[in-house]
Design a protein. Structure first.
Length: 505
């Protein structure tokens, strides 16, 4: 298509791709958007593909992460959208090259209908892998597979992980495009390629995990003043959480769960320590809570199991703790502080303390039951889920604080990722937020209990425990790396093959 039309097509694709994610959550739009991007890449030069890719990336990310402007204004939003948009544009150039080189190197039906769609899908997925790891730990927030949390194809993630799901989605779209381009719809052998991919996506059941009893969990959404700019009285967060916990007393709980964030470090504040001891004692269950804590000179975002049976005011080393492995860049720490402080001193100056990255295994034991953990941003990283399950986690608990993004799509996007993790791992997920939306999600992705945003409340459930490791968790990271490097290697091979055939002629 002409370049001007490709630019318009890319912009439309960016809008549609955003619609595939919450709050709209129109998951079929992801397939249409992918098709538009691929069509816009066909026949593009390097410069043309860069321009078209930039339009798609900028429009998509500007819409998807608009919530970053909620309190801090447009600068963080523009910076993040521009960075991710540029990286997306660079990552789409290899796809344009694949459409140019592979048909020249392998012009037969096998090349056009199988190898080309596979290469395009691998390069798309490889781009997602890179964006999910770099820079500063990456932002795996917009992987294509994550858009499918409410769709029937989500179950395939339990077999191949989220990256594998992205690959299969792009493969199905790219193979369909090739059938249309080559007018092969009357040849059953080649129509079977996209048809088979679609059938696998729609009909493959989730990998079975085994039921292993239950754990009675009470989760509390306090709706307290937990935002960075919220006005609060002393102990406003813990008082809100405590007041909301009242209905759970007498419920015979195995575990009481609070979301991310308290007013102080309970290991250094006697008042808060006694407060938590009283809450846990009245509930008759250990309390899984979270606070900013210090260990030596380092500051951590720490989840801990507060168990007064150990001591009324336990020391940090007395309890099971998990320090957040993936602190949020520019939210919980500032990388290259001097450089960014020179660019935006007012914004960087708001964050006076830097959280350190933890090294703990993201799991704790409750009466012999392993509970996997993730704190807020942790949930988007595959290795967190893999390590939890490898540690024996039979249920997953995600604690988060969405107060800085009230009234935006952020909390629903994060909740969708939590649902994908439940399906991928074959585990029940308890996703508890300070201000909502909070849910208990079954291993098949169905919602068991829910609390809407902006209210206080509790969720109580005999949560099903499950054992067994899904292939998606066991091999998901390896599949991601394989697709990244295999795609680049295959693209290089396609280039050499195309040049050899041209010289031969």
């Amino acid at each position: 298509m002409p370049c001007w039309l490709a630019v318009i097509t890319a912009a439309a694709a960016g809008v549609l791709m955003d619609l595939a994610y919450p709050a709209a959550g129109v998951w079929p739009a992801a397939y249409i958007a992918t098709a538009l991007v691929l069509l816009a890449m066909i026949g593009r030069s390097v410069a043309g593909s860069l321009a078209v890719g930039a339009v798609f990336g900028l429009v998509f990310y500007a819409l998807l992460v608009f919530w970053t402007s909620r309190y801090l204004g447009p600068i963080p939003w523009i910076a993040l959208s521009a960075l991710e948009g540029l990286l997306t544009a660079l990552g789409l150039i290899p796809i344009a090259l694949a459409y140019r080189w592979l048909p020249r190197g392998i012009p037969r039906h096998l090349g056009r209908h199988v190898l080309l769609p596979a290469l395009v899908a691998a390069l798309w997925t490889g781009r997602e892998v890179v964006l999910g790891t770099w820079p500063y730990g990456g932002l795996p927030w917009a992987r294509l597979g994550m858009s499918q949390s409410e769709s029937p194809v989500a179950a395939i993630s339990s077999w191949v992980g989220v990256s594998g799901l992205s690959f299969l989605m792009v493969f199905a779209v790219a193979a369909t495009i090739e059938c249309a381009r080559t007018r092969s719809w009357r040849q059953p052998a080649w129509v079977a390629v996209p048809a088979s991919a679609v059938a696998i996506l729609l009909l493959m059941p989730a990998f079975p995990t085994a039921a292993a009893g239950s754990l009675r969990i009470g989760a509390v959404q306090g709706n307290g003043p937990s935002g960075y700019f919220d006005e609060r009285k002393p102990w406003g967060i813990v008082d809100a959480q405590a007041a909301a916990t009242d209905p759970l007393y007498g419920e015979d709980l195995d575990l009481l769960v609070w979301p991310e964030g308290l007013d102080a470090d309970p290991f250094r504040n006697e008042y808060l320590a006694s407060y938590l001891t009283g809450i846990s004692g009245r509930a008759g269950a250990p309390l899984l809570a979270n606070a900013a804590t210090t260990d030596g000179s380092a500051l951590y975002n720490t989840s801990f199991v507060w168990d007064p049976s150990i001591s009324p005011a336990p020391e940090r080393e007395d309890l099971q703790t998990y320090d957040k492995r993936n602190p949020v860049p520019f939210g919980e720490y500032v990388p290259d502080r001097d450089f960014y402080n020179a660019l935006a001193p007012d914004l960087v100056g708001l964050l006076q303390r830097d959280y350190a990255a933890g090294t703990d295994t993201p799991a704790v034991s409750i009466d012999g039951v392993q509970v996997g953990l993730a704190i807020c941003f942790d949930v988007i990283y595959d290795e967190m889920i893999r390590e939890s399950v490898r540690a024996g986690a039979q249920v997953l608990v995600f604690q988060t604080n969405n107060a800085d993004f009230r009234g935006t799509d952020e909390n629903l996007q994060q909740l969708a990722f939590a649902r994908m993790r439940a399906i991928e791992a074959g585990r029940t997920v308890v996703n508890i937020s300070t201000v909502g939306t909070s849910q208990i999600i079954r291993s098949d992705g169905a919602t068991i209990r829910s609390l809407p945003a902006g209210v206080e409340g509790v969720m109580v459930e005999n949560v099903e425990l499950r054992t067994g490791t899904t292939p998606g968790v066991a091999f998901g990271t390896a599949i991601s790396q394989l697709l990244l490097w295999a795609g680049l290697a295959a693209l290089t091979a396609a280039r050499f093959t195309a040049r050899r055939r041209i010289r031969g002629r």
